[in-house]
Write a protein that binds this ligand. Sequence first.
Ligand SMILES: Cc1cc2nc3c(=O)[nH]c(=O)nc-3n(C[C@H](O)[C@H](O)[C@H](O)COP(=O)(O)OP(=O)(O)OC[C@H]3O[C@@H](n4cnc5c(N)ncnc54)[C@H](O)[C@@H]3O)c2cc1C
Length: 396
Amino acid sequence: MPNSPSRASGTDAVALTDRTDDRPVYVIGGGPGGLSAAAALRARGVRTVVLEKSDRVGASWRGHYDRLHLHTTRRWSALPGLKMPRRFGRWVSRDDVVRYLEKYAEHHELEVVTGVEVTRIDRAADGTGWQLAATGGRVLRGRAVVVATGFNHTPRIPDWPGRETFTGRLLHAAEYRNPTPYAGQDVLVVGIGNTGAEIAADLAEGGASTVRIAVRTVPHIVRRSTAGLPAQATGILVRRLPVWVVDRVGRLMNRVALPDLSAHGLPRPDTGLYSRVKEGAIPVQDVGLIDAVKSGTVQPVAAVDSFDEDAVVLADGSRVTPQAVIAATGYDRALEPLVGHLDVLDRRGRPLVHGGRSPKHARGLYFTGFTNPISGMLREMALDADRIAKKVARAR
Ligand SMILES: Cc1cc2nc3c(=O)[nH]c(=O)nc-3n(C[C@H](O)[C@H](O)[C@H](O)COP(=O)(O)OP(=O)(O)OC[C@H]3O[C@@H](n4cnc5c(N)ncnc54)[C@H](O)[C@@H]3O)c2cc1C
């Protein structure tokens, strides 16, 4: 049984049936992307139902590691129609993000139905709108659909040779909560994106005996703020400039603002910062990595090549024998089962269009939250919410 909607007004439950007289817009996913789209649609008088597979909104945020704070500022992370309270501070904690999302759904009186996973989207047989297949054999009809199932949908661990022979513990970063279980242990973190960098620093500060971080591509590291100016502000300012200009400015800022960590195994990157962003690699915001690398409590090592029982073989031929390996190796969008048959995904499995645009051959199908912009994803999802709502409202 799906749960009742979490509509703050507590009125009648949303009937999950086909109502041809009043087909709602269905939003799939009750994270910030889905909730903001639903709020923007509701503000334009469009009946909207959010379908969330877990038992509460903000499921992804509830699962993140304990010390996580937003890297984007409170102001530029708020969703349309509700500010984040000042008491959350400039860098909002994981728990406050969850509180905010709960409050957001309540404040906008969103119709959220939890415990419903959408498994496939098809055009409605009569050519008007969309048909959703959901858990429990449900079939739902909507006039439009917003897919907001998350950029970080399914944890991905590479299929390293010998992985199954590893005698230590191998887990994805999505399972990591805090350093307590790793006190006194030798741990290898694989991947130096924002998540890997912060988990490595957390482990070092939290008492792991040895912390190594396996680096395939040297990352761009930026300070979270410089002279009071948050990195996000720079991201917003430069995002429309030519890539080569931002690359040059980035190189200069890197040299001025950051120490040279080459002697500690982390040379300066030889690619441009914005060129890397365009390839999908967001710079790493420093929340402890630089000091940890400088002090030797986090040791950068070569990328992982393979596993051999108790050993991890690195790309430079060396071997390490960690007790635990934490793979901060990213996520898959996993949109194929949902929309793979509609010809709306590119070769990397990402939607061909985004925000207020819907594919020519799939009108009324919208996607939000599937880009990774330098200006902050929450901010961009907030903007996209309004664009989607405008388009849907106009199509009535
Ligand atoms: C560790 C981490 C830190 C981040 N920090 C920041 C930051 O500081 N600033 C910033 O702007 N962005 C940040 N992001 C990026 C982004 O803002 C968040 O990932 C944000 O949660 C994305 O929102 P979303 O709604 O698109 O996806 P999610 O929050 O992942 O929500 C998707 C929801 O859809 C549900 N769902 C999935 N599939 C289905 C289905 N088939 N049927 C029904 N429900 C489904 C899920 O249960 C989930 O509740 C961060 C991301 C991560 C991973």
